[in-house]
Design a protein around this ligand. Structure first.
Ligand SMILES: Cc1cc2nc3c(=O)[nH]c(=O)nc-3n(C[C@H](O)[C@H](O)[C@H](O)COP(=O)(O)O)c2cc1C
Length: 213
């Protein structure tokens, strides 16, 4: 039974990353809703200079699996990640096991590549601001429908040329991000974040904002 949620606050606060998926395919109807929600996001000058490429043919999944494997090598080094021992049942080990499961099974899932056209004069960061909201809308729409999703770095590192080539992305389009989507094996749950007040300042960099509660 899909864990459907309509309340926007609950959607946002429980859209935790899901890395373990069942074998049930993601239907065109639910996927279409996520993609439509992505297009409701703002972009600079409402340019909507984006493209969302759904990757689900066996050929493209094989490329995604290759990209995931390359990213995993980088992630392992960056975060000192290693495969947990079979008898380790700690929180960390369970998380790490899910990360390995996602990367090992990468070729079995549906995923979406988010691509942004370069625009004259706009910095990469500014262009990112025109497509990251679309990715977040996609994630929230996935959560609302009970789907699980994981943002990945597979379109970076060595995966970028592989995906560019396999999909035929033109030179003047940037690979902005990649999201795996599927029906969760586990459950959605609350996101774990530092108290929001620790990220907020009033007027000056070091000034707290005690009045805002
Ligand atoms: C830009 C970006 C890249 C990410 N890349 C990966 C990835 O390659 N593999 C992975 O397992 N998770 C990846 N994640 C998921 C993050 O690890 C996850 O969002 C973060 O730990 C917060 O966890 P939560 O979403 O469950 O709250 C990525 C997230 C972002 C925003």
């Amino acid at each position: 039974m899909a864990d459907l949620v309509a309340d926007v606050w609950e959607v946002m606060s429980t859209a935790r990353t899901i890395r373990r998926f069942t074998d049930e395919p993601v239907g065109d109807d639910v996927l279409g809703r996520c993609l439509e929600a992505a297009t409701w996001a703002p972009s600079g000058a409402n340019a909507q200079a984006w493209r969302f490429v759904v990757l689900r043919s066996p050929e493209q999944r094989a490329v995604v699996a290759q990209a995931a494997s390359q990213a995993l090598t980088v992630i392992e080094e960056a975060y000192s990640l290693t495969r947990p021992a079979a008898d380790d049942d700690s929180h960390r080990a369970r998380n790490d096991r899910a990360t390995y499961e996602l990367h090992d099974r990468a070729g079995e899932f549906t995923s979406v590549l988010f691509v942004q056209r370069r625009l004259r004069l706009a910095s990469d960061m500014l262009l990112g601001g025109s497509i990251f909201p679309a990715m977040q809308n996609f994630l929230l729409a996935a959560r609302a429908q009970g789907l699980g999703a994981c943002l990945t770095s597979w379109a970076s590192y060595g995966g970028e040329p592989l995906l560019r080539d396999a999909i035929g992305v033109p030179e003047d389009w940037m690979l902005a991000g990649h999201v795996v989507v599927g029906w969760p094996k586990g459950r959605h749950g609350p996101v774990r974040r530092r108290p929001w007040q620790t990220a907020v300042n009033a007027d000056r960099w070091d000034a707290p904002a005690p009045g805002i509660t």
